[in-house]
Design a binder for this molecule. Structure first.
Ligand SMILES: [Zn+2]
Length: 200
């Protein structure tokens, strides 16, 4: 009874963040920024932070690129955090025709804060990719194409609670067309993720 009451008291504040990735030029030179909340820790499992992504509705060629993006975080990121694929997960990456709007992709993050512990925990993440834009799916992008793998790797950084960062990192807001430097994590991205989820 007491435990039930505590649970009811705990689950009160729910927030929704929307991250718009325009990939336009900025002059930011700051280092990584942490949004302040993370995935729920499970002390009884390894890795302790497991994030399940459902990208089952994507075409096969897109799926391959998302796989590379999540493996980049898994290989170089934090010791206690790992991305898994699950078609049952409510955390989704999906395509949407959005017309000629400015953004390439949008990430929605729902997080809640527990009243007693004040623990800010991510509940759900979803990324919408604007399929109306020019995308490079496989190989080297042309100068007028956005590199899908770079953009998804960037979005997964938001999933893990990283904000936009300085130049020439995966988490930089500026990711020019025709480039692929966002595919690989840079030292600043790695420092950021290890700050939140632990060193390798
Ligand atoms: Zn972004």
């Amino acid at each position: 009874m007491k435990i039930k009451k505590q649970k009811a008291l705990n689950i009160v504040l729910i927030f929704l963040s929307i991250l718009i990735c325009l990939f336009i030029k900025t002059n930011s030179s700051s280092a990584f920024e942490y949004k302040g909340y993370s995935w729920k820790k499970n002390n009884n499992s390894w890795p302790q932070y497991r994030v399940y992504i459902n990208y089952s509705t994507l075409p096969t060629s897109f799926k391959k690129m998302v796989f590379f993006s999540r493996m980049e975080w898994n290989k170089k990121g934090a010791s206690k955090q790992y991305f898994y694929y699950s078609k049952k997960s409510r955390n989704r990456i999906y395509l949407k025709y959005e017309g000629n709007t400015r953004y390439l992709s949008l990430t929605y993050i729902t997080h809640r804060e527990y009243i007693i512990s004040r623990e800010p925990v991510i509940q759900e993440c979803d990324t919408k990719i604007n399929i109306s834009k020019n995308w490079n799916i496989i190989g080297t992008p042309m100068p007028w194409e956005n590199d899908l793998q770079s953009v998804v790797t960037h979005e997964l950084g938001h999933w893990l609670s990283l904000e936009h960062s300085g130049n020439l990192t995966t988490m930089n807001k500026f990711n020019p067309m025709g480039t692929t430097f966002g595919r690989s994590l840079h030292q600043d991205d790695i420092d950021g993720i290890q700050h939140i989820y632990g060193k390798k």
